[in-house]
Design a protein around this ligand. Structure first.
Ligand SMILES: [Zn+2]
Length: 65
């Protein structure tokens, strides 16, 4: 049995599950959003777009692949 541990290239982008600090709503956002991401429940800004990357303003609950 061969032990080929192929390096799986990790994409730079990923999805994050965040929790709104304002209302507690949890939602999944894309880490490379091109525009500000708002909470679907209360419109609070969860992540600010900074040139292809986002600056999180909400707490990350879980990182998803
Ligand atoms: Zn909210």
């Amino acid at each position: 049995m061969g032990r080929t541990e192929a390096a799986i290239p990790k994409p730079k982008t990923r999805f994050l599950k965040v929790k709104c600090s304002s209302c507690g709503n949890e939602q999944i956002i894309f880490s490379n959003a091109n525009s500000n991401v708002k909470c679907l429940a209360c419109n609070n800004i969860l992540a600010e777009s900074k040139g292809g990357k986002v600056k999180l303003r909400a707490k990350v609950v879980k990182e998803l692949d």
